[in-house]
Design a protein around this ligand. Structure first.
Ligand code: ATP
Ligand code: MG
Length: 416
């Protein structure tokens, strides 16, 4: 689990502001569900025989009443539960987004944490491939706005219940014919959830998977048309994609469209965003039949891709002051500038005095502020301020000339 320190948070805020703005541009509204839910919600929705439910959930009993609770391992189940309870789609389909922590007990490694964050998008009540295309088009826009250009979109169709049943039999037959190559885990899943074996990271199983039948070949007309519709819409929108028949996704609730955005930036392929359709989940959780699609984006993994070029939100000014009268003038000036919408830090917080002019100027420099505003006895007496530029508009350090100006002119000077 990571701490996010003030030195890291500019990236987080840049990410959050970007995805929130773009989601709103597509008509999404914010929705938030609790971090803790009843355990059966996740077991029923994600599926009993999945990595998440079998070994990754943080589950515990409520000491007071023995209820079984789980820290959410993903965001979709809680949002769907809340949507069912509130009858959210009563007046028609809705698009929602949420940002939050999720928890999975995983072996820690680069890009894999036990508490991590997801940006999550859900469309409740839409069944056409147009919404599937729309959320991928929106995600492509998010990559552009974040300045990320090395992710590729991979799509697949998982078909419907009948198609999956037909495929399941073919798949079991394939694995039975290759039994010696399967590890214990794969053998265990052979009859309970054979599609999970397609996701195996064991070398001998990966070999067997190469010759496994693909679900796309089992699709019937309706699912096929849906998938072709999606591809046509993506092509018309100039969103590049590849069909990857091997995408299965880690949760049982998916059907038809499944997709991932993958990067090769870190050596082996890393999925930064994954999602798909889950047309049966509302009913499974006791709601009315409601087709739906959504995705979860791993925020930490996206931030790894942002590098250090993220625009940092900085202070407009840092106020340096010496003497009792100057401190009063500094406080008043700071509030006036904040009234005008500027970001201002006032040197302070020390009982033993404010420190030398030189040490205060060092703090001003380190703060990243564009200007140091200096108030000494003289300035306090004459209602003036010494303004020293520290950084240009791009945040680069500069050696600017200091100018003495009237206190009332500072706002305009900082804005110029
Ligand atoms: P993986 O195959 O890498 O375990 P997953 O299928 O479990 O991924 P999802 O459940 O689809 O992942 O979660 C959506 C996104 O959340 C992933 O694409 C990834 O970016 C991110 N993610 C998943 N697990 C972790 C983790 N332990 N730490 C950080 N990010 C994660
Ligand atoms: Mg996983």
């Amino acid at each position: 689990m990571n701490d996010i320190l003030p030195t890291d948070s500019a990236k987080w805020e840049f990410f959050e502001e970007t995805v929130t703005r773009v989601a709103r541009q597509y008509g999404y509204r914010n929705m938030r569900a609790p971090i803790v839910e009843y355990t059966p919600l996740f077991v029923r929705s994600i599926g009993e025989v999945t990595d998440i439910v079998e070994k990754e959930m943080y589950s515990f009993e409520d000491k007071l009443n023995g209820e079984k609770l789980t820290l959410r391992p993903e965001l979709t189940a809680g949002l769907v539960r809340a949507a069912v309870e509130a009858n959210l789609t009563y007046n028609g389909p809705v698009r929602v987004y949420t940002l939050g922590q999720v928890f999975r007990h995983e072996r820690p490694q680069k890009g894999r944490y036990r508490q991590f964050n997801q940006f999550d998008v859900e469309c409740f009540g839409f069944d056409g491939p147009d919404v599937d295309a729309e959320i991928m088009i929106m995600t492509a826009r998010i990559w552009r706005e974040l300045g990320i250009n090395d992710v590729r979109l991979e799509i697949n169709s998982l078909g419907g219940v009948d198609e999956r049943a037909a495929y399941r039999s073919k798949l079991i037959a394939h694995y039975e014919a290759n039994l010696p190559a399967l590890d214990d885990e794969a053998k265990k899943r052979l009859h309970s959830n054979p599609m999970r074996i397609l996701d195996s990271k064991v070398a001998s199983v990966i070999e067997v998977n190469k010759s496994a039948p693909v679900l796309l070949d089992s699709l019937q007309n309706e699912s096929r048309a849906h998938f072709e519709g999606l591809q046509q819409l993506l092509t018309e929108a100039n969103v590049q994609f590849v069909v990857n028949p091997r995408i299965v996704r880690g949760m049982d609730y998916y059907n038809r469209t499944a997709f991932e955005f993958v990067t090769d930036r870190f050596g082996s392929p890393l999925t930064v965003c994954g999602g798909g359709r889950y047309d049966g989940l509302f009913e499974q959780l006791g709601g009315k039949a409601t087709p739906a699609i959504g995705f979860g984006m791993g925020v930490e993994r996206v931030l790894m891709m942002l590098g250090d070029s993220t625009p940092v939100t900085t202070l407009d000014a840092y106020i340096v002051h010496a003497g009792v009268a100057a401190q009063k003038a500094a406080s008043a000036l700071a509030e006036t500038l904040r009234d005008a919408g500027l970001a201002v830090a006032q040197h302070g917080g020390s009982l033993g005095g404010m420190g030398s002019f030189k040490s205060q100027m060092k703090k001003a420099d380190a703060s990243g502020a564009r200007f140091a505003l200096v108030i000494g006895d003289n300035e306090a007496a004459t209602g003036t301020v010494a303004v020293k530029p520290l950084r240009d508009v791009h945040g680069a350090a500069i050696q600017g000339e200091q100018a003495i100006i009237a206190g009332s002119a500072v706002t305009a000077h900082l804005r110029a």
